[in-house]
Design a protein around this ligand. Structure first.
Ligand code: GLA
Length: 367
């Protein structure tokens, strides 16, 4: 490929199987890239403009590479702007290009559409420049774009999942060392079901930052740099001394880290009943102790808990709306989706979108 020919980038969304709100606490997460995401057709241009267009409509957005790109946008293009600014900061000379984006991922649905866009633009930049960044550095550059251009102090899970996804595998990520282990998820009898609640609660960003601060405060009160450093016996001895709020937040994070590792062990034995039990526990902890669920996600998980063929179900992603993820028997997936839709519709008035997905490959140039 020469940098003057058009090319395509695909960049998946992600769903997190377990390990929620642990990434910014240096903990463990187990996300996977999904078969839905973005496809970006890139046409190099002769000038210094990046022109972004989306099949979701709206006027194309033009970003001028002749100037340092600054934060301040409030539209969807801010994620792309943040990525371009990241490469500018590295001193890269970026030639102009047009990027036409098509998506089969709900935006703001908790499936990391923003990380998918960041990583897609990063891959496009590297392709037009004809030089790669290491995948980890690319993911970190995208995370920083989210911090500085979207104002969300997110952890590294989404950008790493979208970058390092592998077909047939979930990704066990140690968010402290950034070590990655691809965990096979290749039992044809078991399927991953994603259920979009269709709700987006406005408080997400402020509450997300508040949770992060509460965890930092809990770690500091325990005399530790991060909650990852708090050992089980230390927690038993000292947790009663914490204020109730910090105790519940930290309690979630510590137990959730254990659940991630237990889930990986269960998946290795193909013990899906145990993996599902851990997902249910995770949801309860997020609902009661971390307080990031919402009535719609709770409803989905309650209904799912009573359906034959569902091993486990939990909210996934930041919370306050967005999506739930369930582990189900493949042969019963269609019936489960039907029953979930039927139970969700009357109390919410919402037709929940849902789909089965296999773990997919990470973002890349295709063709
Ligand atoms: C959002 C953030 C992630 C992570 C999750 C919660 O998706 O972008 O970094 O913190 O919430 O697990």
């Amino acid at each position: 490929m020469t940098t003057s020919s058009p090319f395509e980038v695909v960049s998946p969304g992600r769903v997190n199987l377990i390990g929620e709100h642990t990434d910014y606490n240096d903990g463990f997460v187990l996300p996977m890239a999904i078969e839905r995401g973005l496809r970006v057709t890139v046409h190099p241009r002769r000038d210094a403009a990046v022109v972004l267009s989306s099949d979701r409509g709206g006027e194309p957005v033009e970003l001028d590479l002749a100037q340092p790109i600054q934060p301040g946008r409030t539209d969807w293009a801010r994620y792309a702007a943040g990525v371009l600014a990241g490469y500018q900061r590295l001193g890269w000379h970026i030639p102009g290009f047009a990027a036409a984006i098509t998506a089969d991922l709900p935006a703001g649905g908790g499936l990391s559409s923003s990380a998918a866009l960041e990583v897609a633009i990063a891959i496009a930049v590297e392709a037009v420049c004809g030089r790669p960044l290491s995948p980890a550095d690319r993911a970190l550059l995208c995370q920083r774009a989210e911090h500085e251009f979207a104002g969300v102090p997110c952890g590294i899970m989404d950008q790493f999942a979208v970058t390092f996804g592998r077909e047939g595998h979930a990704l066990l990520l140690d968010c402290r060392s950034r070590d990655i282990r691809h965990v096979p998820l290749d039992d044809d009898g078991v399927a991953v079901l994603v259920i979009d609640s269709g709700v987006k609660h406005a408080l997400v960003d402020g509450e997300y930052a508040a949770r992060r601060r509460q965890c930092e405060s809990a770690a500091a009160l325990l005399g530790r740099q991060s909650l990852r450093d708090v050992k089980a016996d230390e927690w038993r001895a000292k947790s009663d001394s914490l204020p109730a709020l910090e105790r519940r937040r930290a309690g979630h994070v510590l137990t959730e880290n254990d659940r991630v590792l237990a889930f990986v062990a269960a998946a290795g034995r193909r013990d899906w009943a145990e993996a599902g039990r851990l997902m249910r526990e995770s949801h309860a902890s997020l609902r009661d102790d971390y307080e990031v669920s919402c009535p719609e996600l709770d409803l989905i998980c309650e209904v799912a808990a009573n359906l034959p063929g569902v091993f486990g179900c939990r909210m996934t992603g930041g919370g306050f709306g967005g999506a739930a993820v369930a582990l189900v028997e493949t042969s019963r997936a269609a019936a489960i989706m039907e029953q979930l839709r039927a139970a969700y519709r009357p109390p919410t008035g919402v037709e929940a979108a849902m789909f089965v997905t296999r773990p997919a490959a990470g973002g890349r140039v295709v063709a």
